[in-house]
Design a protein around this ligand. Structure first.
Ligand code: GLY
Length: 620
């Protein structure tokens, strides 16, 4: 119990309970009052409620303290939130290699406090899409064997040299910095904390060491063993771990600029290694890669404005769909963690994820009916068959705008090598002027494809698995997706990443997001509802237990000890199938690195998620 309490940031104090066998103290009244007031201030029991880190000016919260500090360093040198975000993202490559990366891609939501909106709100919002792209040699059926079955193991969309899309992180960070950075810090400046951490080494944490011990994919590739092991054993907790090749890569990027990754020595090393080992990415693919800006999606929820990520992420659309579906209900009155609330949320989740499976994809390659999917009338009609007493079987839920796909009936689960991890990582940043960043990026599975490019320290993604390898066959997250998301050269695979900004009365109040594959969207939904419906603080909203449902499989998962036995019984009686998250898929859901801004005091509250041992909010 003490262990669980500690993990959740709570302290277990056996001494705080009244023991009737103890004699009452006989103190003079004034002394008693004095002691009582000292107790009120210093009692560990009264400090047991976890609170967010508070700061007046700037705040960074990420999955690793050293990366948060890299961002803080930029803020304190006069940089803005974008400068800090880029430094944090680059530093995570070194200290959080399970998901932090320059070998993957992601999405950045930026809020500029000044700058003319035209959006009816002070400031301006920008969505930077630096999702990976399929290489030019990629084909629709590239992951099918001669028998027409989806391949597993090396050569598949999950493991090894053929699993990677063209990385977008360096291009995305460079675009953000160049267009929206303060201008006071250079590209070389924001790369420096990452270079330094790689060159000097950092102390391996218990969580990193545990992740490495479980990284069966890394153990399959010689260069990964060279980087992630010492003398044939993965780096251990307490070791100082230098990454000289990665330091040299950052030094090249500092000297030559970000295009070096796509055109210089780094690009040549990636292309050469790919050619040697049967990978698809060529120099031409790297030279052609561009991060792009997209128009953010705007929605509302109970007088709050929600600004979130458009396709090729499904995150924003599905989040806004679910918020619209639950808004007519008095969620606060249903009660936090109640069976009634979880029933409502699950029914919204299964309907929204049904639409995700059918319609969502890279909008540059497939028409995505965004406006129709977000139409309020449509979303109300979607819930007309909601029964407060009974679960709707997922098999009975149709895509709301009519079917596109031949068949999304699931086949039996594939046994996938990287299925043990729901990685990706999210960080949130705000500066003194109120500029803010919500950034989610990923290698896809934990430690991506397992491949490190020789001589660079760059770990590559296995993002190709986010495409539809074959209609009707689940990907590593158990997701069914349609032909709209099938593989094509230059196309971006559908994502669930949901970096999100929440405004009230035109003022930014929340910056949030999470890792976790498809669970990302439901984690963000619950954090936002916790704040708006249940009036929880940022720390409470992030810490509260979470559930997940994704249409197929027709199962509601919950975190270990996250639902009481009576609540589970009530949900089962309504017809839900429940499953406690196991360590196989992570006993906990997400890592909601979140910042809230108090509209009255303007104080920033950084809530690092207690589910991640190394996560830390730092501010000044
Ligand atoms: N790779 C996980 C996602 O983009 O949703």
């Amino acid at each position: 119990m003490a262990d669980i309490a500690a993990r959740r940031g709570l302290r277990f104090h056996p001494g705080r309970y009244h023991d009737p066998t103890m004699r009452s103290p006989r103190f003079p009244a004034p002394l008693f009052v004095f002691l009582a007031s000292v107790t009120l201030v210093f009692s560990p029991a009264l400090r047991a409620q976890r609170v967010a880190v508070e700061a007046e000016h700037g705040m960074v919260t990420s999955a690793h303290e050293l990366a948060s500090r890299a961002g803080l360093e930029m803020l304190q040198r006069g940089g803005n939130a974008v400068d800090a975000a880029v430094a944090t993202g680059l530093a995570l490559t070194v200290v959080y290699p399970v998901a932090g990366n320059i070998g993957g891609g992601g999405f950045m939501m930026i809020h500029l406090a000044e700058g003319g909106s035209g959006q009816g709100r002070a400031g301006r919002d920008i969505a930077v899409d630096y999702r990976e792209t399929a290489p030019a040699a990629a084909t629709r059926d590239m992951y099918l064997g001669p028998d027409g079955q989806v391949l597993d193991g090396p050569g598949s969309s999950v493991l090894g040299w053929r699993a990677s899309g063209v990385p977008g992180s360096v291009a995305g960070f460079a675009l953000a910095l160049q267009k929206y950075g303060s201008g006071k810090l250079s590209w070389a400046d924001v790369c420096e904390p990452a270079r330094r951490l790689a060159a000097e080494g950092h102390i391996v944490s218990q969580a990193t060491a545990a992740g490495l011990r479980g990284a069966k994919n890394l153990a399959q590739f010689a260069e990964s063993k060279k980087v992630y092991q010492r003398d044939g054993t993965f780096w251990k907790s307490g070791d100082r771990w230098p990454q000289p090749d990665l330091a040299a890569t950052f030094a090249r990027l500092q000297k030559e600029g970000p295009r070096e990754f796509y055109e210089g020595e780094t690009a040549k090393k990636i292309a050469a290694a790919m050619k040697t080992h049967g990978g698809l990415i060529t120099l031409a693919d790297l030279q052609a890669y561009r991060a792009v800006e997209r128009t953010p999606l705007l929605g509302t929820y109970r007088n709050h404005q929600i600004v979130t990520m458009p396709p090729p992420s499904s995150g924003g659309i599905i989040l806004l769909q679910m918020l619209a579906m639950i808004e007519p209900f008095d969620v606060a009155a249903l009660g936090h963690n109640s069976a009634a609330k979880y029933h409502l949320f699950t029914e919204a989740m299964r309907r929204a994820f049904r639409d995700r499976a059918e319609y969502l994809a890279d909008p540059d390659f497939a028409p995505v009916p965004v406006d129709r999917l977000l139409d309020r009338g449509y979303l109300q009609r979607r819930m007309t068959d909601f029964d407060p007493l009974k679960a709707t079987p997922s098999s009975a839920v149709q895509p709301g705008l009519g079917p596109l796909s031949r068949s999304l009936h699931p086949t039996p689960d594939r046994t996938l090598f990287a299925a043990e991890s729901l990685e990706t990582t999210h960080f949130s940043v705000i500066d003194a002027a109120g500029n803010a960043v919500a950034n989610t990026y990923t290698l896809n599975g934990g430690f991506g494809s397992g491949v490190t490019i020789p001589g660079t320290g760059i770990l590559m993604n296995n993002e190709m698995d986010d495409f539809t390898a074959k209609v009707g066959v689940k990907n590593m997250f158990g997701l069914l997706q349609s032909a709209a998301n099938s593989i094509a050269p230059g196309k971006r695979p559908l994502s669930a990443m949901t970096p999100t900004l929440v405004f009230k009365d035109d003022r930014l109040v929340l910056i949030t997001g999470s890792p976790g594959g498809p669970t990302i969207i439901n984690t963000v939904l619950q954090i936002i509802s916790n704040v708006i419906d249940h009036h929880l603080t940022a720390a409470q909203a992030v810490e509260a237990p979470r559930i997940h449902h994704q249409w197929m499989p027709d199962v509601m998962t919950y975190e270990r000890l996250g639902i009481s036995a009576d609540t589970a019984a009530l949900l089962t009686a309504k017809g839900h199938t429940l499953k406690e998250r196991s360590s196989y898929e992570g006993a906990y859901q997400g890592d909601g690195e979140t910042i809230s801004i108090d509209p009255k005091t303007n104080l920033r509250h950084g809530a690092a998620d207690p589910r991640k041992a190394d996560a830390k909010a730092v501010g000044y």
